[in-house]
Design a protein around this ligand. Structure first.
Ligand code: NAD
Length: 448
């Protein structure tokens, strides 16, 4: 089916008002949940073919997230959709004021390849929960996961309600010429700008979930064992191909040697070897070649080996790095961890402030003044103190970027709001009218 036809069908279907019915929404959310559970093994096979991601990693970082999202909406849909009564000011008496969350209409979700299921299906779940019709365009870079999502969804959902459109840049360019009521995009800042421009043509609102260089700071007041263990896990999860992975470390000079030893210890302990099935591969040769160029052989503290045929890059820690090095000029998005040392905590915060606002930031310390400065001085999408990545796992927290790392957010209630319009309704009694509102006006009325 042509994309124009699907968009037209979705617009017509939305007008039937069926998607506004809570039972209808729940029925299809249940259906999606059943399909994911029933096809779990096919989903694992496809992602393994794309970049060697293990079933364990796929369940913990993708499938469980989606199932949790669906359960959240099944449980909370009624209260989220309920009109919210708010107080009414004096001038609007006698009346009642309510906010109604209404679905936006036909929406487009564009996914990224690095968590191909979660980043495609989680926004779709929020869009359907909020009562929209939806077209999903997953990333063609993870081809097998794109195909399996299309197969499962397109054979089980009416296309006028939910449809997976397969394609790359050319197809996405055509899709972006259509008129949507919302575009939800996950991907690079560069493509985010293309999407934003296309959306502007139709005044379509956007949520842009983008990337950036997310720092992790480790001060002398940190618990080093915990910090090293959590950083190694978060950096090399998905072979560093995680939008909120710590991109680089800022380590207080006096503890650097001790801390680097701990990084080495945990990298070894976690066994990220070429034959480890829990260590994900690089998605393709293009990204592999881009990453290899970032490894300055003179600065390798640990690792630095690779195998292009297997698309394997060993966890690699670089030391003596400075802000001008090639590895510090773009988001790494791979298993390379540069370490910059610092002597003054406040100066290092100012250095972060000199750069684009990151999607995430992390601080490891037990010093409350350092914690306060981190929270209050820096601007970033979201982050953790004494952990990495895990803020994503709490759906009471909004997830999204700021500045170059994105616009808008989702997860839990925030996902529902992202795909809804907040409609204000003031309902007046037909009595109790203040006559001063109507002309003719007089000074007497002004002195009220
Ligand atoms: P990408 O921007 O290359 O691609 C994302 C999507 O855009 C894909 O579906 C692709 O088909 C489409 N696309 C690519 N070029 C296009 C063009 N010229 N016109 C229209 N559409 C186009 O990003 P990616 O490589 O899939 O993902 C990596 C980036 O995404 C990283 O920067 C990462 O930080 C970011 N990311 C952000 C989040 C988040 O939640 N904020 C999550 C994952 C990845």
């Amino acid at each position: 089916m042509e994309i124009q036809e699907i968009v037209a069908k979705q617009k017509d279907f939305f007008k039937t008002q069926q998607t506004k019915n809570i039972k209808f929404r729940k029925m299809y959310l249940e259906k999606l949940k059943d399909l994911i559970i029933k096809n779990e093994n096919l989903l694992y096979e496809a992602i393994h073919k794309d970049f060697g991601k293990s079933a364990f990693d796929t369940f913990t970082t993708e499938i469980s997230f989606i199932l949790n999202d669906i359960d959240f909406y099944l449980k909370n849909l009624k209260s989220l959709s309920k009109p919210k009564k708010v107080s009414t000011n004096l001038v609007n008496q006698i009346g009642t004021s309510r906010i109604l969350s209404e679905p936006l209409g036909n929406v487009l979700v564009i996914g990224a390849w690095n968590y191909p299921y979660q980043l495609s299906i989680s926004p779709v779940v929020a869009a359907l929960a909020a009562g929209n019709c939806c077209i999903l365009k997953p990333s063609e870079i993870a081809e097998n996961t794109m195909k399996i999502m299309a197969e499962i969804i397109n054979t089980n959902f009416p296309p006028e309600y939910l449809y997976v459109y397969e394609g790359g840049v050319d197809e996405t360019t055509v899709i972006l010429k259509q008129k949507f009521d919302k575009i939800f995009f996950t991907g690079s800042t560069k493509v985010g700008k293309i999407v934003y421009q296309a959306a502007a043509e139709n005044l379509t609102p956007v949520t842009l979930e983008l990337g950036g260089k997310s720092p992790a700071i480790i001060t002398k007041d940190a618990d080093f064992e915990v910090a090293a263990k959590r950083i190694v896990w978060g950096k090399f999860l998905n072979a560093g191909q995680t939008c909120v992975a710590p991109d680089y470390l800022l380590v207080e000079e006096s503890i650097q040697e001790q801390f680097l030893e701990l990084l080495r210890k945990y990298i070894k302990e976690f066994n990220y070897l070429p034959d480890s099935d829990h260590y994900t591969r690089i998605i393709n040769e293009r990204n592999f070649d881009r990453l290899i160029k970032m490894i300055n052989k003179d600065k390798i503290y640990f690792g630095g080996n690779w195998d292009r045929e297997k698309l394997y890059i060993e966890p690699t820690v670089l030391t003596d790095v400075n802000w001008n090095d090639a590895v510090m000029q773009e988001e790494i998005f791979g298993p390379i961890l540069p370490v910059i040392s610092f002597t003054n905590y406040n100066i290092v915060l100012n250095e972060i402030l000199e750069h684009e606002k990151p999607l995430a930031a992390y601080l490891f310390t037990n010093n409350s003044e350092e914690k306060d400065n981190f929270k209050n001085k820096l601007s970033f999408g979201g982050g953790c103190i004494n952990d990495v990545i895990m803020h994503l796992g709490n759906d009471n927290l909004p997830f999204g970027g700021v500045g170059n790392s994105g616009i808008g957010n989702y997860h839990g209630k925030f996902g529902f709001d992202t795909f809804s319009h907040q409609k204000s309704i003031l309902e007046k009694a037909t009595w109790g009218e203040p006559n001063m509102k109507y002309p003719p006006y007089s000074d007497k009325k002004l002195s009220w």
